[in-house]
Design a protein around this ligand. Sequence first.
Ligand code: FAD
Length: 201
Amino acid sequence: MPTRKVDYLLIGGGLASGNCARWLREEGADGEVVVIGREPDPPYNRPECSKGYLRGEESREETYFRPNDFWEQQRIELLTRTSVSAVDVQARTATLSSKEEIEFDKALIATGANVRRLNVDGCQLDQIHYLRTLGNADTIRTAAEEAQQVVDILKKEGRVVDVHYYPNEGHGFVKRENQIDSIRRTIAWFDQYLMGKTPAP
Ligand SMILES: Cc1cc2nc3c(=O)[nH]c(=O)nc-3n(C[C@H](O)[C@H](O)[C@H](O)COP(=O)(O)OP(=O)(O)OC[C@H]3O[C@@H](n4cnc5c(N)ncnc54)[C@H](O)[C@@H]3O)c2cc1C
C-alpha cells in the first residue's frame, strides 16, 4: 500500500530531474514535487567530474546545479541516497530502496546512463578507475596523489603523439596538477578513441 501520494515524482537525481523540477515551478506547477536520486549529492553538473572538480579548482558545492537552499525554497523534496527499485505504471506507484511505496500523478524517469565497464584481462585491478560521479572523481584524485608512476599521453589534432612515463616524486601542488592534467588527457584520449566521441573543450 502506498504510504503517500505526490503530484510529480522525478526518478533520478541528475540534471534532467533537476531541470524538470525547476521548470515545473517556473511554469507555475503548484503540486508536490519529489526528486529521488541514489547518489549522496543533490543534482550536480556531472561534466565537472572530469573538469574543474577533478582538477581541484571547484568545490563540491560549486558543481551543484542549484545551491542547497533552492530546493526548500521551491518546495521540492529531494531524497538522496535513495533508489527506485520498481515502478508500476498501471497503479502509478514507485517502490523505493527504503521499501516506501509512493503513489504519483505524473512521473519522469531520468535515470541517465551507467559507465561502460572494460571486459579485458586486468580489468578487475584496483588501479582501473571509472569516472561518472563526484565520488569517482575523489577516488581518482586520491589515486593520482598516491601514484608511484604517472603516464602522460599527449595528443595533437586528435592523435596521440607522445607517451611519457615518469615517477611521482612528490605530492606538491604543481606535481599534482601535472598528474591531473595527465589524467584529463588520458580521459580525452579514451573518449575519442574508445568511445568514438569528441571530447568537449
Ligand atoms: C565525466 C563526464 C564528463 C562529461 N562531460 C560532458 C561535457 O563536457 N559536455 C556535455 O554535454 N556532457 C558531458 N557529460 C554528459 C552529461 O553529464 C550527461 O549528458 C548528463 O549528466 C545527463 O543527465 P541526466 O540527468 O540525464 O543523467 P545522469 O547525469 O546520469 O543522472 C541520472 C541520475 O539518476 C540516478 N539513478 C539511476 N538509477 C536510479 C534509480 N533507479 N533510482 C534513483 N536514482 C537513480 C543516477 O545515480 C544519477 O545520479 C559528461 C559525463 C561524464 C560522466
